[in-house]
Design a protein around this ligand. Structure first.
Ligand SMILES: *[C@@H]1O[C@H](CO)[C@@H](O)[C@H](O)[C@H]1NC(C)=O
Ligand SMILES: *[C@@H]1O[C@H](CO)[C@@H](O)[C@H](O)[C@H]1NC(C)=O
Ligand SMILES: *[C@@H]1O[C@H](CO)[C@@H](O)[C@H](O)[C@H]1NC(C)=O
Ligand SMILES: *[C@@H]1O[C@H](CO)[C@@H](O)[C@H](O)[C@H]1NC(C)=O
Ligand SMILES: *[C@@H]1O[C@H](CO)[C@@H](O)[C@H](O)[C@H]1NC(C)=O
Ligand SMILES: *[C@@H]1O[C@H](CO)[C@@H](O)[C@H](O)[C@H]1NC(C)=O
Ligand SMILES: *[C@@H]1O[C@H](CO)[C@@H](O)[C@H](O)[C@H]1NC(C)=O
Ligand SMILES: *[C@@H]1O[C@H](CO)[C@@H](O)[C@H](O)[C@H]1NC(C)=O
Ligand SMILES: *[C@@H]1O[C@H](CO)[C@@H](O)[C@H](O)[C@H]1NC(C)=O
Ligand SMILES: *[C@@H]1O[C@H](CO)[C@@H](O)[C@H](O)[C@H]1NC(C)=O
Length: 499
């Protein structure tokens, strides 16, 4: 369906046959005389066609039984002076770059459904101090922006943040109604006497807000401060909350999920999750890691899952279990069974015994279809895939080597995703070599190479990793390439002079 916008006949010059459009594999084509295989150059992680230096996955364990899909992560510098590229990335499990989305602070890159179509969503910072304020970008499978969500709401932001949008970094969940659930933080004053603070103290209130993708209007919102007592917080007040420059971050809302018409809210600092009535905001039920007997703390990415029994729910968390970089309790991908009127039962608590990771913030736990889990360790730049038995199938760390501990990926996901960008294919000529890439194209298997202003076919190269290099055949005054997916031409470059 997504290929239909490209008509091969429009892209191929007269007299040159379109490739077969059947379900042949990449090696089956009869390319004829026009498509001789050109000598390819070995692939590398430093590119001629894009400024990106590549995000290198240091894969320390892998398996032939990995679940299918691409890896989605965001690389952010924690240290503002770090000069390296940040941004959203898509990679293959083998570590090949698929998409480098640009050089900016991003988080929570993932695939979601909008009106029945797969879209990419990510949060993008719009704040001059790089703090947690921004917008949520929605891209279609041509990588065109279909929405940029900037909630229409009045909140008080951190001094100096100078932001144009106040969507918070933590959650951007598209609902079945085609709206988005967002976290929003508001600096407000409240009575802190119950926790030993001033009667007019300062806190971050955390709002769960449902926002219209087309108008940015707030359709529904829920305030943690209105519904959860400050005494639930496990984060000590310390010297915070005395003034509006240093509000006490007592709740730290970090995940939201629309579930059966209501909203599931997670708080890092109360170690709690709350199932909130969308009708009237009341907390229908809650669970916490201290008193429920479920033994988790500082957790992220709370997700409810239905089971065949309508009264039984499965709850997954990334349980950081650490609040500070100085502690080293292993973080786990936790799965609990919730049944009416009995304490939660532990179904699994995944961690890698030979490589236990202690994350003090962020992280994600994505149960994979059928089996296993894909886990992102947040402030520890590590991703792991586990099978149903809890064995580690895959482990990789990433981020620029000299930035370890100065960088993070808020969450990481493995998803099926197919994109044909509406952008031109990038083609660069360097002496007798040419380099071609198409940032974000997921399924290109080969490139056809043309000379004579795109009219004379001179050969083809199989796509290799992110960027494919080849030796330019003699007699070409210029080059143009066309990208092929499953036998169809789906895009082209501009004409580039040779020599
Ligand atoms: C794919 O190829 C197989 C074997 O040649 C054939 O039976 C099948 O009909 C093809 N499917 C499509 C969608 O062309
Ligand atoms: C890859 O990761 C392993 C395990 O964390 C580490 O020992 C090794 O030094 C890393 N390699 C590079 C090139 O950073
Ligand atoms: C890529 O690496 C070079 C050399 O280390 C560095 O000068 C440049 O800034 C890097 N580019 C990006 C986008 O990080
Ligand atoms: C605030 O943002 C505006 C534009 O959005 C910019 O012109 C101004 O320099 C920024 N101020 C600070 C203090 O960063
Ligand atoms: C944000 O907090 C301010 C007080 O600092 C308050 O006036 C305002 O109503 C709050 N906004 C929302 C949306 O709750
Ligand atoms: C603050 O709360 C305490 C009880 O927790 C109460 O005694 C006091 O009157 C409140 N102060 C104000 C200004 O509301
Ligand atoms: C706000 O409170 C913090 C902690 O008590 C203090 O360090 C800071 O100087 C105060 N800022 C202002 C503007 O009073
Ligand atoms: C709030 O709504 C829920 C349904 O979501 C209902 O069960 C509950 O009785 C309502 N509570 C109040 C106080 O109206
Ligand atoms: C929580 O820890 C207690 C004490 O170690 C243990 O008895 C209980 O089974 C644990 N619960 C879960 C759900 O892991
Ligand atoms: C190259 O082809 C394009 C479109 O097919 C045409 O518009 C352009 O004039 C051609 N340029 C030359 C130098 O022939």
């Amino acid at each position: 369906m997504i290929w239909t916008r490209y008509a091969p006949a429009l892209l191929l010059p007269a007299g040159i046959q379109a490739l077969p459009t059947s379900n042949t594999t990449r090696h089956d084509y009869d390319y004829g005389h026009g498509y001789e295989h050109l000598p390819e150059l070995p692939s590398t992680n430093s590119y001629h066609t894009v400024p990106d230096n590549g995000t290198v996955l240091n894969i320390t364990k892998t398996s032939p039984n990995l679940s299918p899909g691409l890896i989605f992560l965001t690389l952010n510098s924690i240290e503002p002076t770090a000069e390296h590229q940040q941004g959203p990335y898509i990679l293959t499990s083998a570590g090949d770059l698929v998409w480098s989305g640009g050089d900016f602070q991003a988080s929570n890159l993932r695939v979601q459904e909008l009106n029945g179509e797969s879209v990419l969503t990510y949060w993008k910072s719009t704040s001059s101090d790089g703090g947690g304020y921004g917008e949520v970008v929605v891209l279609n499978s041509a990588l065109e922006e279909v929405a940029s969500v900037c909630p229409d709401i009045d909140v008080v932001t951190k001094q100096g943040s100078n932001t144009t949008c106040v969507a918070d970094v933590h959650e951007s969940y598209i609902t079945e109604r085609g709206t988005m659930l967002l976290t929003i933080y508001n600096i407000t004053t409240t009575n802190l006497t119950s926790v030993g603070g001033p009667a007019s103290g300062w806190v971050y209130d955390c709002l769960a807000a449902e926002v219209s993708l087309s108008t940015n209007e707030i359709l529904w919102s829920w305030s943690a401060l209105e519904h959860v007592p400050l005494t639930a917080s496990k984060l000590s007040l310390g010297t915070h909350g005395q003034n509006s420059s240093d509000p006490w971050s007592w709740f730290h809302m970090n995940s939201l999920q629309p579930f059966r018409g209501d909203v599931f809210v997670n708080s890092r600092e109360t170690w709690g999750s709350y199932y909130v009535s969308r009708q009237n905001g009341s907390i229908l039920w809650s669970i916490d890691g201290a008193s429920s007997g479920a033994n988790f703390s500082w957790q992220h990415h709370a997700r409810l899952h239905s089971t065949p029994n309508p009264n039984h729910l499965v709850l997954t968390y990334f349980a950081d279990n650490n609040d500070l970089p100085t502690t080293s309790t292993p973080s786990v991908a936790l799965t609990l069974l919730l049944t009416p009127s009995s304490p939660p039962t532990l179904l699994s608590s995944l961690h890698d015994p030979v490589d236990p990771i202690a994350s003090f913030a962020e992280g994600s736990h994505q149960p994979l279809d059928g089996s296993g889990a894909f886990v992102g360790y947040g402030t520890a730049l590590v991703i792991k895939e586990f099978n149903t038995q809890g064995e580690v199938l895959y482990s990789a760390d990433f981020g620029y080597r000299d930035l370890r501990r100065l960088a993070e990926s808020y969450r990481a996901f493995k998803n099926e995703w197919h994109a044909v960008p509406s952008t031109r294919i990038a083609l660069v000529v360097s002496g007798e070599k040419a380099f071609v890439s198409w940032d974000g194209a997921t399924d290109v298997d080969s490139f056809l190479v043309f000379a004579g202003n795109g009219t004379r076919a001179v050969g083809r190269v199989l796509r290799r990793g992110f960027e494919t290099g080849f030796e330019i055949p003699g007699g070409c005054g210029d080059l143009l390439v066309r990208g092929v997916v499953g036998g169809r031409v789906v895009g082209m470059s501009g004409v580039v002079k040779v020599g």
